[in-house]
Design a binder for this molecule. Sequence first.
Ligand SMILES: [Zn+2]
Length: 265
Amino acid sequence: MEQPEGPLPVEVAIENLRRTLSADRRMADDAGNLLDLLAQVAGVPARTTQVRAEGWRPSTTEEAWDELYSKLYDPGGAMAATCCAALPVLAALACTDAAPVEAMIIAGGIVDTFSREELAAYSADNAVLRDAAERTLTTRLTTHHALCTIQALAAFEGLEPWGWALTFLASEDGMTTCPSCGADLWATIPPDGSVSLSPDTEITPADLSTLDPADARVYQLVNQYGGRERRRLVAPLLNLFSTVVCPGCATSYRISDALRAARSQ
Ligand SMILES: [Zn+2]
């Protein structure tokens, strides 16, 4: 049957997922649990309650989102095979009036984790999620949610490594590894937005006029939508785009290239 244009109603997307999951026995054990959680965050009646009847149930929507995070945002988790199949439900949720930011953040984590081939069937959902994430960024978000949403948007737009590495800015420290010798470099981002590297090393901040397209797009998004603290975020962002000299072997490398390389290993 042909799908209508535009995002599906959430109930229809959940019902489609129920059919997909019940046709795949590998997913049988935890599938009812996932469907119940999605129904709970969507505020629609669950149809699989017998699966979780004896287990712990989240009592609030927030707890249900937390459970979904642990199930879907964990590429090595038990539900890994189900993650992509949940994308249409997350896309439908992102298009509701409530447009829960969690739906986009979890979907961004899924899209960032799986290969183009695995995601090929979900390109329409990816486009819906991309638009929803950009709409959400025009609303009032906490700085943390704004950064997570920009990171999700970077995943939907394929802006590696920023589909996973952007919340580096929010965590206030992080590590990069020299692609030549493997020496680690710790970066600390204090509240004033400066960056200090340990061991101490030379850093050349990126030149705004020569950013590559992925970096330029992320810079624009953080500058435009970075929430109340965007001014504090922009300076370390340029440092994240910068070139450093490895204190171990003196090789110059771009931090973003090192992050990309670390992910593909
Ligand atoms: Zn090195």
